[in-house]
Design a protein around this ligand. Structure first.
Ligand SMILES: Cc1cc2nc3c(=O)[nH]c(=O)nc-3n(C[C@H](O)[C@H](O)[C@H](O)COP(=O)(O)OP(=O)(O)OC[C@H]3O[C@@H](n4cnc5c(N)ncnc54)[C@H](O)[C@@H]3O)c2cc1C
Length: 376
């Protein structure tokens, strides 16, 4: 059978793309090297933050509005709660890019928001003890996405519409079809043909497409869940998700959800980057100490016993903006590396964009010029 589209990597992005393509009646094949879901890539660890006043660039905000709508659509289609609103805090020294960027996005896009001092944040959300002189943007629409459940929801919805999805099947090579149209994909199980190919293989993008080897670089991350000493202060109703820049680095965190403990991590944890297979996975005592020291200082009521540690991959581009574009030599191939540590919240809309790009005219109504490969 010749497919309309083959999607390589059924993680966060690939599962969403599979559903969007299946909704359009496309014959699709999704190929995933591990189980669905699994804990070997970038999307595990139960939850991810979603936030609107985007400090990284206001250009993401229109995409975020559509992401929220599509999260609600897959929730309705699957009957599973995937998006939980908690509010969000983006806090740093007033002059820092985190606060200034969040404020700029909020103002530019007319987002409901409040500017609070660190003391005001601590008074309103008693689990927090951030520096009193910090400046924060509080935005009521921030929250969390249940990332592993969302992969399952997207895959089940795609399967119900006739998509073919194979787990435990590794893509080992792909090439343009001999006549120049379409692609041929080889796996450890077989060989498949399709009109278009979407590569969204997360930390393995550089292995599947050499062009991305230096532009999509895997990095080890570690997440911690600590059981709060006062758990009622760390529930979704009382604890907004946060991004926090402090002397020790930039950190993020979320309320208790689904498993014991409030969850947090440090962006670019220990800076361990390299080829995906060379990066160590097991969290150790040094990881735990670094993360615990942060919680004891800034979330002391949250820093009870450790409930869990998990490692995970960021895949970083040089400017930390996503890559979503056609392959420069093969326009029937679409490359997607929406990570750099902040991509998950966009899965729902990136799925739609990938389905657009794989469509007959290759056009999308979304403004993704700032995510094109040619910017680098
Ligand atoms: C610790 C951590 C915290 C994060 N926090 C946030 C957050 O709070 N908010 C946010 O928005 N983002 C966050 N991110 C980023 C976000 O999780 C990623 O942007 C997102 O998960 C990337 O999804 P993906 O589909 O590209 O990768 P993945 O979900 O890893 O999917 C790629 C898939 O491709 C498969 N694959 C690879 N090679 C092959 C092959 N050869 N054949 C077949 N299959 C293959 C992999 O097995 C994998 O399933 C975080 C990331 C980490 C690691």
């Amino acid at each position: 059978m010749v497919y309309d589209t083959i999607v390589v990597g059924i993680g966060g992005m690939g599962s969403a793309a599979a559903w969007q393509l299946a909704r359009r009646g496309k014959r699709i094949l999704g190929l995933e090297r591990f189980d669905i879901p699994h804990a070997m890539g970038s999307s595990h660890g139960i939850t991810r933050i979603i936030r609107l006043p985007y400090s990284e660039s206001p250009a993401y905000v229109p995409l975020l509005h559509r992401a929220y709508e599509l999260w609600r659509e897959i929730e309705a289609a699957s009957g599973i709660e995937l998006l939980l609103i908690t509010g969000s805090i983006d806090a740093s020294a007033e002059s820092d890019a985190l606060f200034q960027g969040a404020l700029n996005s909020a103002r530019l896009h007319g987002l409901a928001h409040e500017v609070l001092s660190g003391s005001e944040v601590n008074a309103r959300f008693a689990g927090y003890r951030i520096p009193t002189g910090h400046a924060a943007v509080y935005q009521p629409m921030g929250g969390l996405v249940a990332s592993e459940k969302a992969i399952v929801a997207h895959v089940n919805a795609a399967l119900a519409l006739g998509a073919q999805i194979h787990a435990r099947e590794t893509v080992v090579a792909w090439e343009a079809a001999p006549d120049g149209d379409g692609v041929v994909v080889s796996t450890d199980h077989g060989r498949y043909e399709a009109a278009t190919l979407i590569l969204c293989a997360g930390a393995w993008m550089g292995e599947l497409e050499p062009l991305l080897e230096a532009r999509a670089v895997p990095e080890r991350q570690v997440l911690a869940w600590l059981q709060p000493r006062e758990p009622e202060l760390f529930t979704p109703a009382r604890f907004p998700v946060f991004n926090l820049q402090v002397d020790e680095g930039r950190y993020y965190g979320l309320p208790i959800y689904d498993v014991p403990g409030f969850k947090f991590g440090r962006y670019h944890h220990l800076g361990e980057r390299g080829a995906v297979e060379t990066i160590r996975r097991d969290p150790d005592l040094a990881d735990e100490r670094l993360l615990r020291a942060f919680a004891e200082k800034y979330f002391p009521k949250g820093s009870g016993p450790t409930m869990g540690l998990r490692s995970c991959f960021f895949t970083n581009t040089p400017d930390e903006h996503f890559i979503v574009d056609f392959h420069p030599q093969h326009p029937q191939v679409i490359l997607a590396s929406p990570c750099s540590g902040h991509g998950y919240k966009f899965c729902s809309v990136i799925g739609e964009i990938l389905a657009d790009l794989a469509g007959p005219d290759g056009k999308t109504r979304h403004d993704i010029g700032f995510l094109r490969l040619t910017r680098q």
